[in-house]
Design a protein around this ligand. Structure first.
Ligand code: DON
Length: 573
């Protein structure tokens, strides 16, 4: 029995559905440096939570740079946006300095040293549904704290203590939860109690959560103070590490003290590619996102999308056919580059991607069953949240960070007050068995000790004429890549503002299942009928993506795009 992709629905439901209010979310707020078109000249922070965006902008105003603000926002999100902001998960950072330097940091979780290839299979060799998704066995060794230490060490300007302080204040004094958060916490009450019988700060034992209730996190405050005082050692060693290991022992999890101590994030060379004269700077493996994003752009570049129009049937058809082929490649060729030789050069060749599109047929959908991963010659050596930040000097940071599902494994480390991830589900637990997002994989992404699980997270930065143009990224599991792709072409091909590009309705195809997921009203009824007549299976779905992005206009001002699908907020100054 294979896993069904039912949990996708859970993720889908964790994003609120679109409403007309969405249209109003174009209003970007802020006080300083604003011109009369809602743009800002000194910098901008866009994140999934207003409190976290405020923390970032305050750090910028205090003279911190984009990395200082990013570290502060990452820790603040761990407090105010616990469904995805985290210290118990991992993520990726793409950096572009004002001097043009580019870099990428991989702080993705790793499998524990005792993890094994078939750990989620039953005796008949079938995946045990939920084992990689909930509870103690679902967690990889967290990478976020090490990632922030590394990023700050390399690029930070303010002190470590300064960038940690806002998160500590929010945890200690509490913050007012949004209506959306109150609803989520109430709906997860029973699940939280199942995994945390002694209660957690996320459980209201007296009544139900209401909008504007104060969420105070005492245990998390102490953990953050230890990290503030001791840096990496405050998390990967000592009292916090002891609490993680005790938690693992309680629930027969795998993470040991050695696993924690041995965790290190990795600086990697960003993926770069060109699209219609723009340069894309994006995340390399362990993410599949950067390679897939550049593959998609190369696959559609020869087609006149602008002439056809946004989400017109021809535009949708070409994009879906490109997505089908790129996701087939993802399933076969992508995995942790420290364990698997990812054929990066061939996958990133414009000829390769244009040839992959050569066999598509305008008259009818290409069935996914007839599309395999591209042939590679020889071997080559060589509930998530996103935030985008630009500082006064023009340094830019694009970070996507995750626990995987909303509130991760739902296990909060007793005594330390933070949630552990359920990232192990991003491995291919068995060749061909779909994960929570319906993604399939094989050898490249099989579980192995200390290996990182393949991701779709696609934090990206775009340059135009050698200068900063856009900072972009989103959560959304498998839809991350296609949402970032559509946001970029919405600006480059369809001349949208940043906010319009983010808010525009999106669609998604991922090879398997052979279905086109479409947000309500993303494609008009005439185009939908034409696509159906060609054999495309159109499946309506809730929100796709939750993009937070910044665009630099030709006048040198910053435009924010905060996704109206959530509580996201852009603050400029
Ligand atoms: O790394 C990945 O691709 C997934 N763990 C991302 C999860 C995600 O985006 C959940 N949010 N909706």
């Amino acid at each position: 029995m294979q896993k069904t992709i039912k949990p996708l629905i859970k993720i889908k439901n964790s994003f609120a559905s679109l409403t007309l209010v969405v249209l109003l979310a174009g209003c970007v707020t802020g006080q300083l440096g604003k011109n009369n078109s809602g743009e800002y000249k000194n910098g901008m922070v866009v994140s999934a939570h207003p409190e976290a965006s405020q923390v970032g902008i305050d750090i910028l105003k205090k003279g911190g740079n984009a990395v200082d603000a990013a570290v502060a926002v990452q820790f603040a999100l761990a407090v105010v946006y616990p469904n995805a902001g985290n210290i118990g998960g991992g993520g990726f950072m793409v950096y572009r300095g004002a001097n043009g330097e580019i870099n990428a940091l991989d702080f993705r979780e790793k499998a524990a040293a005792s993890a094994s290839r078939d750990m989620y299979l039953d005796s008949a060799g079938n995946p045990i549904v939920d084992k990689s998704l909930y509870g103690y066995l679902a967690s990889g060794v967290p990478g976020s704290v090490d990632g922030m230490v590394e990023a700050h060490k390399k690029y930070g300007k303010l002190s470590w203590a300064q960038v940690l302080q806002p998160a500590i204040d929010l945890a200690q004094n509490g913050f007012k939860i949004t209506k959306r958060q109150a609803g989520e916490l109430n709906s997860l009450h029973r699940k939280f109690m199942e995994f945390n019988p002694d209660g957690t700060a996320f459980v209201n034992l007296e009544s139900t959560w209401q909008e504007n209730d104060l969420l105070v996190q005492k245990e998390l405050t102490n953990t953050l103070k230890l990290i503030q005082k001791k840096g990496r050692a405050g998390f990967y060693e000592g009292a916090v590490a002891d609490s993680v290991v005790a938690e693992m022992q309680r629930g027969k999890g795998l993470i040991t003290k050695e696993d924690l101590k041995n965790y290190h994030s990795a600086w990697r060379k960003p993926i770069t590619g060109n699209y219609r004269g723009y340069k894309i700077i994006t995340m390399p493996p362990t993410s599949s996102g950067g390679i897939a994003l550049v593959q998609l752009l190369q696959s559609v570049e020869k087609f006149p999308l602008k002439k056809w129009g946004h989400n017109a049937d021809s535009t949708v058809q070409v994009i879906v056919e490109a997505e089908r082929r790129v996701y087939a490649d993802r399933a076969t060729h992508l995995g942790d580059p420290d364990f698997y030789a990812v054929p990066q050069q061939q996958l990133l060749s414009p000829d390769y991607n244009q040839n992959r599109m050569a066999n598509f047929n305008w008259a009818a959908a290409t069935p996914s069953s007839s599309v395999l991963a591209g042939e590679i010659k020889g071997t080559e050596h060589e509930e998530t949240t996103h935030f985008s930040i630009v500082d006064r000097d023009g340094n830019a940071v694009s970070i996507t960070t995750t626990l995987n599902g909303s509130y991760g494994s739902l296990v909060a480390v007793k005594g330390a007050g933070f949630l552990l991830n359920n990232e192990m589900d991003d491995f291919s637990v068995k060749p061909g068995a779909p994960n929570m997002y319906g993604l399939v994989g094989g050898e490249a992404n099989a579980i192995a000790p200390n290996k990182r699980m393949l991701s779709s997270m696609t934090p990206s930065i775009v340059e135009k004429d050698g200068k900063l143009f856009m900072v972009v990224g989103t959560p959304g599991g498998s839809t991350i890549i296609t949402s970032v792709f559509q946001t970029i072409i919405n600006v480059i091909d369809f001349d949208m503002s940043m906010q319009e590009a983010v808010a525009a309705k999106k669609f998604h195809h991922q090879w398997l299942p052979d279905e086109v997921y479409v947000e309500k009203d993303a494609i008009d009824s005439l185009s939908t009928e034409k696509l159906k007549a060609k054999g495309y299976k159109i499946v309506p779905r809730g929100a796709i993506g939750r993009v937070d992005a910044i665009l630099k206009t030709k006048w040198g001002n910053y435009q924010g795009g905060a996704d109206p699908r959530g509580d996201d907020k852009a603050i400029g100054w």
